[in-house]
Design a protein around this ligand. Sequence first.
Ligand SMILES: Nc1ncnc2c1ncn2[C@@H]1O[C@H](COP(=O)(O)OP(=O)(O)OP(=O)(O)O)[C@@H](O)[C@H]1O
Length: 537
Amino acid sequence: MTQNGYLSNKLSVKTTLFGLKLWVILGIGVGTFIALILFVLSLWLASRNKSRRIDKKVPLPIIPNVSKEIQEVKSDKIGDLPSSPSGDLGYLDLIPTAQKAPTRSRYEGFSGALTNGHKEFNLQEKRYQKTPGNSETECIATNGSHIGNIVEVRSGNYEKAVRQLLRKESSVGSRSADSVVSIAEISHLGWGQWYDLNELEAATDNFSDKNVIGEGGYGIVYKGRLMDGTLVAVKNLLNNRGQAEKEFKVEVEAIGRVRHKNLVRLLGYCAEGNYRMLVYEYVGNGNLEQWLHESVALSHAFSWELRMKIVLGTAKALAYLHEALEPKVVHRDIKSSNILIDSEWNPKVSDFGLAKLLGSGESHLTTRVMGTFGYVAPEYANTGLLNEKSDVYSFGVLLMEIITGRDPVNYGRPPEEVNLVDWLKSMVVSRRFDDVADPSLDMKPSSRTLKRALLIALRCVDPDSNKRPKMGLVAHMLEAEDFPFRDELRISRNMDRVKQKDTPSQEKMLQSLSKEIDLESGHGSRPFKKKWRRYEG
Ligand SMILES: Nc1ncnc2c1ncn2[C@@H]1O[C@H](COP(=O)(O)OP(=O)(O)OP(=O)(O)O)[C@@H](O)[C@H]1O
């Protein structure tokens, strides 16, 4: 027997394993071994690919684009910041370490670490004022240096905001690089004209002193002439960190899109580097404060009729802000220096830096009362509760100022005359009407006209904000010579009889004044009742 014959005989021997021949069992064994090797090999390859993908992910230099949640990101100082040689901050990793879940109205205790290779920088929330949609965070590095501010992070996504901020910081240097970021950031406003800083410098002769029109709490206003000849007023907001940014944003949001004959028009803005400027139509005939209190030599020319034209236009502008817009706009700083006057004596309400946008029926509770002493409604000053009725109060004070030519608060007067509202009420109660009109008026108004104006003013400053009329009604009262005050008062009284908690003197004063006006008008007003009812409530 050959060797081959012997091998094949051996392989063909049946085994005890299911009676299978030996070569079949050997074949199965080899096949299984090869399959096992292949399986292990494929597992190894798969895991290698996966780890490669993870490796690729780690150093990806991607920083999120401007998020919708980030309304504005501002950096105003180059701090002690890490940067890669390319100036790209893609290797940074922000690890929030103690970020509490944001509640509806506040974000708290943010801190995080920023790593760049072996370096680590701590970020910390330092300052915050929190109401929804109104927050500000200052980021400081471990060494205490200021990195920048994050303004208006709506859903607490600090990580994105900080990355954005840092990326911006990394683009150290040129003004143009900075302004590119700014343009991207505020382009979401989708409104108005963008002005170059160069353009405004040229328009105002390099912001020269001779072009200064005035200075308010938030910045200096310059007169300027654009290349196309348009006269403008340029408000250069003071760069006191967050405040300029807030004022800028509020003005733009509040009046950027609105058009009204009696609202000053905001033509556009400039946001380059740290500069924030607002460009308005130029209103060339001064402001109401100057006409009432400064231009003594000219005040005789400021007749009752012109004053009433200004009052009416202002009332219409406020009615428009409160009743025609959604969300409505509460101005919060109605006062004589904010009523600009054009060459045809049209008033233009200006300075919306403190304005607040409120949804319909909404009130706002604030911890910081803004406004100007003497004009602020008592409930707003005492409790911080703000709605459009606060503007109605300020308008009432403004009307009293126009009637009397007196400042809302003047410590130069005898104690009982310091506060205009209190003094005027006492004059009405003691029926000394002849002594209240501005002595510098050339022609005094008729008794009835004066009383009508006084009654409207007194209703606007009602201590109970619910009883103050809406501005639309105020405008109608001012406009309609035959407005039936007695009926109007009765309707108003009936409407809130349930919650009647008036001081009797206020109610009595208004009643007797309206009675007098109706008597002086000579008609009992029945036919007008229906007509006016619709303006109430
Ligand atoms: N569009 C404009 N046209 C002409 N003058 C303007 C214009 N806007 C503002 N002014 C003038 O510039 C001056 C400063 O205005 P601004 O609104 O900054 O401050 P203010 O109202 O006087 O004070 P504050 O802002 O502190 O309440 C005022 O005298 C105002 O009359």
